[in-house]
Design a protein around this ligand. Structure first.
Ligand code: ARG
Length: 457
């Protein structure tokens, strides 16, 4: 069939070229945004006297009917069309005859596709934000449940200092809150209307771009028509925000995977979020967490892909830009799935607090507290640090731990040691004492929890 755009050419292309050129199998998901945008466009055209009120009503009702039929499943998208914009316009014209042909006055597919993408990604951004909030809530609930569970905190994956498991979890809550913030910031630049930029140069018709922008809930309009149709920064920005979010989810997943191992045994995932092995009957694998970690790669790939597509495109619209969609759609789909999985996986995760505590007892993670104890007795920190280190080293040689050294043994390292040393190195006390702002004390963890809860509400 000849194309709607048959003009200079007869619009008859080879089947191979059609398949290569077509984007309908991925842009069909924007049908609703395309129809909404067209309804606002028809309203603007009649408000400005470019088409009659009757024609606008006919167009708007026709578009509404197409939307209704698509959603009811009584109309399906014709995959032989070039893209969703052409399909809707063709369907409208089939239904309304000549009136349908008036819709495309004072616009181009170039501003139309930019509009649809912004409308679509605005909804996606809002949905992703809401899903991220649900993960933050799940993490915060878990942190509250385990606010007083002691575990070793790590640096270099070596046991470092005792912390509350709640504190460790809240670190992820704050990362994800920043991700929500970034999405809100990205939304500001995304929510600007390109419609009315037309092909690239604007139009000779007396259009009202502000009217159309307002109808569609935009905060403003693109101020340069060439930029308006060439700009895909909002896609890159969203992909970059999603990449950062996936990096956070991936680090969290990596920890969950480690914690599930026999080497750690800190947490137990619910059976419904693990899988077995086809050959090893004892296995309970954290596949969901591994997949979140793995899918991070595809989201980074989506970001790099689009940056690369855009880097050499001269102004204004070029067909290369059709390549913006699959990556950004894939990233949104992937992130949404990962967030849903994370929320449920974390909610149903149980901590093995006994094992965490046992691990905290090994590794001399209260050695800093031993040094701080000597500082309290008047020694400068560097000297105290040295004595604590020597004490640890002696313990390692004799197979002892700080808690089992006798006072006499302590006194051999420094006369400043006294009976109160045992309280000073008690793991729970070590955590409770870290009352500095943002530290791991139980009070501080509870404060973080309430800060996050108030941000969520
Ligand atoms: N399917 C195209 C895209 O996704 C729509 C815009 C086409 N415009 C054009 N002048 N060929 O980018």
């Amino acid at each position: 069939m000849a194309k709607l755009w048959a003009g200079r050419t007869d619009g008859i292309t080879s089947k191979l070229a059609d398949d290569f050129n077509s984007s309908i199998h991925f842009d069909c998901r924007m049908y609703k945004q395309d129809i909404t945008g067209s309804m606002a466009h028809a309203a603007m055209l009649s408000q400005q006297g470019i088409i009659s009120e009757d024609d606008a009503d006919t167009l708007i009702n026709g578009l509404q009917a197409i939307l209704f039929d698509l959603e009811a499943g009584t109309l399906s998208v014709d995959m032989d069309c070039e893209d969703i914009h052409m399909f809707i316009e063709q369907e409208l014209t089939d239904r309304l005859g000549d009136v349908g042909k008036k819709l495309h006055t004072a616009r181009s597919r170039n501003d139309q596709v930019a509009l649809d993408m912004r409308l679509y990604l605005r909804d996606e951004t809002d949905e992703i934000s809401a899903l991220t909030k649900a993960v933050v809530k799940a993490v915060t609930d878990k942190a509250e449940e385990y606010a007083e569970a002691i575990m070793p905190g790590y640096t270099h994956l070596q046991r470092a200092q005792p912390i509350s498991f709640g504190h460790q979890l809240m670190a992820y809550a704050f990362m994800l809150l920043r991700d929500i913030d970034r999405l809100a910031d990205c939304r500001k630049r995304l929510n600007i209307s390109p419609i009315g930029c037309c092909a690239l140069a604007g139009t000779t018709y007396n259009t009202d771009r502000y009217f159309e922008a307002k109808e569609l809930g935009f905060d403003g309009i693109c101020q340069n028509s060439i930029d308006g149709v060439s700009d895909r920064d909002f896609c890159v920005e969203l992909l970059s925000d999603l990449s950062m979010m996936m990096m956070h989810l991936s680090r969290f997943s990596e920890e969950i995977i480690l914690w599930c191992s026999w080497e750690f045994k800190f947490v137990e995932l619910s059976d419904s979020f693990t899988t077995g092995s086809s050959i090893m009957p004892q296995k309970k694998n954290p596949d969901m967490a591994e997949l979140v970690r793995g899918k991070t790669g595809r989201v980074y790939g989506d970001l790099m892909g689009l940056l690369t597509v855009l880097k050499g495109i001269p102004l204004a619209y070029n067909k290369d830009m059709q390549e913006d969609k699959e990556g950004v759609f894939d990233a949104c789909d992937t992130v949404k799935m990962c967030l849903k999985i994370m929320a449920e996986m974390v909610s149903s995760m149980k901590a093995n607090t006994e094992n965490m505590y046992k691990a905290a007892q090994k590794g001399f993670i209260n050695a800093t507290d031993l040094a701080d104890y000597l500082v309290g007795k008047g020694l400068p920190f560097r000297s105290a640090y040295k004595i604590s280190g020597q004490t640890v080293s002696a313990c390692i040689s004799s197979g002892k731990v700080l808690e089992t050294l006798t006072l006499d043994e302590y006194k051999a390292f420094s006369p400043l040691f006294d009976n109160d040393v045992y309280e000073a190195i008690d793991l729970k006390k070590c955590v409770e004492k870290r009352t500095s702002e943002g530290g791991t004390s139980f009070g501080s963890v509870r404060k973080q929890i309430s800060t996050v809860r108030s941000k969520l509400s």
